[in-house]
Design a protein around this ligand. Structure first.
Ligand SMILES: Cc1ncc(COP(=O)(O)O)c(C=O)c1O
Length: 249
């Protein structure tokens, strides 16, 4: 008998989600089409969007589906830069995809240290935020290896007071513990279900413009019900504020 212990890396798909995905695969349909099959596919996506939004207390129009956590985090950082941030502060224990996106961004990157328990140093953050230049801060909610939960609301208060931007990678927390985007006060939030499907969420504003084309309804449909169950796939971002043209608006 084998026992699978790597759920934080990728999780098994629950039968409930498998069933929904199988249904949508069998249905087919272009969700942008006006015929009945297309409208059915669109309805599947919108149901999933609402389920994702409900998971983190966001408006469904704030959800942007993505291919996975890496893409969602990269776009969260890109959004901050597009919004005028001139420097990045990235916690020392972020997932490598966040650190790599930051290094590739072309703007200065500082590393937010953690203490012996793996918790971000808020005093250091407060000091760093006083330095010149609008800062975007990236802190993950829960660590994928240690499980350490970061004091996001406290960090958000510091970021907010300094007029900065907060991106939170909640891939390892959403579906396991309560994640409330408003309470966390994040500008952008990434959530996922660890099986390669993706989505993003904004806290306010329509995000549909970021999601053009023929949507893969079978993947989106599976992402919604998977949200509440870590055994399923899906990633999404949530944005606190912004326009109606996707992450970078
Ligand atoms: C905290 C965290 N962020 C980002 C990622 C990257 O997600 P993906 O593999 O879907 O690109 C992972 C993957 O496990 C993760 O645990």
């Amino acid at each position: 008998m084998s026992i699978y212990l790597d759920y934080n890396s990728t999780a098994l798909v629950r039968p409930q989600v498998q069933a929904i995905m199988a249904e949508v695969l069998a249905e087919g349909g272009n969700p942008n089409a006006v015929h009945a099959l297309g409208r059915r596919a669109r309805s599947r996506i919108e149901t999933a969007r609402a389920q994702v939004a409900a998971l983190v207390g966001a408006d469904p129009t704030a959800v942007v589906f993505s291919s996975g956590g890496t893409e969602a985090n990269a776009q969260g950082i890109a959004s901050a830069i597009a919004a005028g941030c001139e420097r990045l502060i990235v916690s020392a224990t972020e997932h490598p995809c966040v650190a790599e996106a930051a290094m590739a961004s072309g703007i200065p990157v500082e590393v937010l240290p953690v203490d012996g328990n793996g918790v971000v140093d808020l005093d250091w953050l407060a000091g760093a935020l006083q330095r010149p230049g609008r800062a975007a801060v990236a802190i993950h909610h829960a660590n994928n290896e240690s499980g350490v939960i970061q004091p996001i609301a406290e960090a958000a208060a510091l970021v907010r007071a300094a007029g900065g931007w907060l991106h939170v990678d909640a891939i390892q927390s959403a579906g396991k513990i309560a994640v409330d985007m408003r309470a966390l006060d994040a500008d952008t939030l990434t959530v996922g279900a660890q099986a390669g499907r993706g989505a993003g969420i904004r806290r306010a504003g329509r995000a549909r413009g970021a999601d053009p084309g023929a949507h893969p309804a079978r993947r989106r449909a599976g992402a919604g019900p998977a949200r509440g169950h870590r055994e399923h796939g899906g990633h999404r971002r949530v944005r606190r504020r912004g326009g109606d043209r996707g992450w970078r608006a």
